[in-house]
Design a protein around this ligand. Structure first.
Ligand code: NDP
Length: 449
């Protein structure tokens, strides 16, 4: 096992996030390999950690000043054992191959847990949509899709949104794919409602994460009612996490973006949330503007000299990291424990560093890893694909009901798998084991491909 990790590190020494994601899964699945010697004989670890295909390409586009710009595009098609590749596109300056590989690897396990037939993939670009005009974003998306369109399709690989890719970007990407292929198919999910999107898709990741938290609390005869929650981020996942926490009677006191965070002791309410959604989704503003509108709140800019994030250092019951990877370091983890947090539910992908996860597990926190807790987004993407294939749209209640059912089932699967391998109540071990076994068995059925 260590050999596999060493091999991966030697092959691609720069891909730290990928190493981190692989290391976490390897630690969980050791007992599964011990119980099933066939897995070692068939070299499943070497196979599952190697992408089936990696596409990396140049994206050239013209900005509003008529300057030529060059970005790098990626699509990692990680595993198609249980269905076509499925996973989002991320547009953010930090994007590189290691980040896309970690996201694609996580996606394989997450998609497996949803019970839907979806393999794992992920893609994106180091393009930064922040501060760009709509026309610039459109030109970039058209150039990006001109290459990507050769590699995807409704039965091959179905991308969706992620950081920096929302309804606007999905619209431009879909338009270009349709023009190139002369076909109207469900090749992307997260589409707008009036041209093939699903109700509840925008809400799905945030709602799903809170449904998962409610299940964890429910298993301990508790609820979210009256619980004080820390939420990070202020994008798609964070916004709908807040909405569902409010629905279930919880209180949210923080939100953030990459420049800083706000602390509102009074708690957010529906009017404040509507204001934030308008700020972030329409005006594309920054979270610090919140304190101009609500002066009782406090804004704290990011301090690069600090070795912890003060957002995680407030008295609270629950934490919902919903911004990005590695946003909770070991010190943050200790602050959460010291401040009374008993539940950490990951809306973001891999937001917690391994040392902080160890703290949560050792202290028996209710800790839900992203691959289980944020699977609601891709689950409803799977439902969007089903509706597209049937050329019909399900009502809101039906999609929400299915989402709730899927999150309940993922919760149960994690608990059962963790108990089967002697890690009772360890959701991370359970998610990794259950996701792994299903994919690996499908790979073995399909031979050496
Ligand atoms: P958005 O682009 O809508 O929002 C991202 C939020 O996180 C923004 O507030 C952004 O701030 C903040 N953020 C991004 N990068 C950083 C950083 N390096 N440091 C601090 N803050 C940062 O993305 P989503 O809400 O869609 O995604 C959030 C997380 O959830 C990601 O980890 C994503 O992979 C994961 N996820 C998303 C799903 C979805 O359906 N959208 C599904 C499953 C997981 P700023 O505006 O300053 O960049």
């Amino acid at each position: 096992m260590t050999d596999i990790l060493e091999l991966i590190k030697n092959k691609d020494p720069q891909q730290h996030e990928f190493h981190q994601a692989v290391d976490e899964v390897l630690a969980s699945v050791r007992p599964v390999l011990d119980r099933n010697p066939q897995y070692r004989q068939e070299a499943v670890l070497a196979r599952i950690t190697e992408p089936e295909r990696v596409v990396m390409f140049r994206v050239v586009w013209m900005d509003d000043q008529e300057q030529v710009q060059v970005n790098r595009g990626f699509r990692v098609e990680m595993n198609s054992a249980i269905g076509p590749y499925k996973g989002g596109l991320r547009f953010h300056p930090s994007v590189n191959l290691g980040i896309i590989k970690f996201l694609a690897f996580e996606q394989v396990f997450k998609n497996s847990l949803t019970t839907l037939a979806m393999g794992g993939g992920k893609g994106g670009s180091d393009f930064n949509p922040k501060g760009k005009s709509d026309n610039e974003v459109m030109r970039f998306c058209q150039s990006f899709m001109t290459e990507l369109s050769r590699h995807i399709g409704p039965d091959t690989d179905i991308p969706a949104g992620d950081i920096g890719v929302g309804a606007r970007e999905i619209g431009y990407l879909f338009g270009q794919y349709k023009r190139l292929r002369n076909e109207f198919t469900g090749v992307l999910t997260g589409k707008s409602l009036n041209w093939g999107g699903s109700l509840i898709r925008p809400e799905a990741t945030g709602y799903g994460s809170v449904y998962f938290a409610a299940e964890m609390l429910g298993a301990n005869n508790d609820t979210l009612e009256g619980k004080t929650c820390l939420v990070s981020g202020s994008g798609n996942v964070a916004q709908y996490t807040v909405e569902k926490i409010l629905d279930l009677g919880g209180r949210v006191i923080t939100l953030s973006d990459s420049s800083g965070y706000i602390y509102d002791e009074e708690g957010l309410d529906r009017d404040k949330l509507a204001w934030i959604m308008e700020l972030k989704n329409i005006r594309r503003g920054r979270i610090k503007e919140y304190v101009d509108e609500y002066p009782q709140a406090v804004y704290t800019p990011v301090d690069p000299g600090l070795d912890y994030n003060p957002l995680w250092n407030h008295k609270a019951d629950c934490a919902f990291p919903s911004a990005t990877q590695n946003e909770i370091n070991e010190k943050d983890g200790q602050h959460l424990l010291d401040n009374g947090v008993r539940l950490v539910c990951e809306g973001a992908n891999m937001p917690t560093v391994p040392a902080a996860i160890d703290l949560f597990v050792d202290n028996k926190l209710l800790y839900a890893p992203g691959k289980a807790a944020n699977a609601g987004g891709v689950a409803v993407s799977g439902l969007e694909m089903a509706q597209n294939s049937m050329r019909l749209s399900w009502p809101r209640e039906e999609v929400d009901g299915r989402l709730k059912h899927i999150m309940k089932s993922i919760h149960r699967t994690c608990l059962d798998a963790s108990a089967e391998y002697g890690h009772q109540g360890n959701y991370m071990a359970g998610a990794n084991i259950a996701g792994f076994v299903k994919v690996v068995n499908a790979m073995l059925d399909q031979g050496l491909v």
